[in-house]
Design a protein around this ligand. Sequence first.
Ligand SMILES: [Zn+2]
Ligand SMILES: [Zn+2]
Length: 308
Amino acid sequence: MDEMAHGRRDPLGEWHPVHPNGWSPLLWNVLYMVVAGGVWLWATPSREVMATWSPGWVAAVAIRDVILLVGWYSLAHLRLFWSRSQGTRCKYNLRWPAVSAERFASGSQLRDNLTWTLASGLPVWIAWEVVTLHLYATGRIPWLQWADNPVGFVALLAVTPLWRAVHFYAVHRLLHWGPLYRAVHRVHHRNSNPVPWSGLAMHPVEHLAYFSALALHWVVPSHPLHALYTSFHLMMAPVPGHAGFDRVALTETMWVPTGGYAHYLHHKLYDVNYGDGTLPLDRWFGSAHDGSPEADDALRRRRTARAA
Ligand SMILES: [Zn+2]
Ligand SMILES: [Zn+2]
C-alpha cells in the first residue's frame, strides 16, 4: 500500500493523515462485541456457579482475562514495534521509542508500561468484571433477558460505545484538573510517543475510574453480555488508540485505520482532544485539534487567553 495515499509526513517527521477525524468505530466495536460474545458463550462460568464467591470461578475468569489482555497487547506490540512489520509507514512519530528513557522511573518506557498495566490495570479490570458478574448472578443487579425486550437489548449494545465515549471524556477531563493530573494522570502522560502497552499504563486511581464505566450495568437493566461488551471495549480499545500508527497493515493491500490520531495529539500536546473521538465532544467544548496549522493557532490563542 502507498502510505502517501492516506497522508503526508511533514519536515519534522510527523505524520498527518488526510482524514484527521476519520476512523472506523464500527469495525473496532464489532471486534470487541464478537470477543465479548465468545467470552460469554465459551469462557464465563454459569450463573449458579458465580452466585457464590469461590476461588475456583474467580481464578478461571482471571486467567481468561490475563490471557486475552496479554495476548491482545502483545500482538500489537510484537507486530508493530518488535518485528516492525510495516516499518514507519503511517507511523505518527517517525522516532521509535528509546530503549532507555529517564522520564520513566524504571528507565524504560516498555518496562514502565508493562508494570502499570500488569500490576494495576489487569487486577483492577478483573475486579470490576468479577464483582459485576457476581452481582448479576445473585440478582442484585437487574438481568435483562432477550425475550423481555429484544429492541432494548439491541439498543443497549448500540449505546455502549456512546456511553464509553461520554464516561471516558468525563473521567479524563477531571483527571486534567491540576492536583489530580499531578498526583494521578501524569503517569499516563509520560508516554509522549505512545506504544500499544501505553494504553493502560495508568495510576491505580485512574484504573479504578476508567473501569468504573462498568458501573452503568449496576443501575441500568442489562444482560451480562452487555457488561462484557463494555468490559472488553475498555480493555481492548486502548490498543488502537495508542498504537502510534494511523493504519495497521493486516496484509500488503489491507490497511485498517486505528482512529488513534486525536489521542496521539492529546499525548503530544496535552490540552487537546480529551475524548475518544466517538462523539464530537471536543468540538462541542472547544478543545478539538486536527493536527493542522490552524488548529495550532487556535490552541496558542486558547493558551494565551487562559494565561491572561
Ligand atoms: Zn490526558
Ligand atoms: Zn492515552
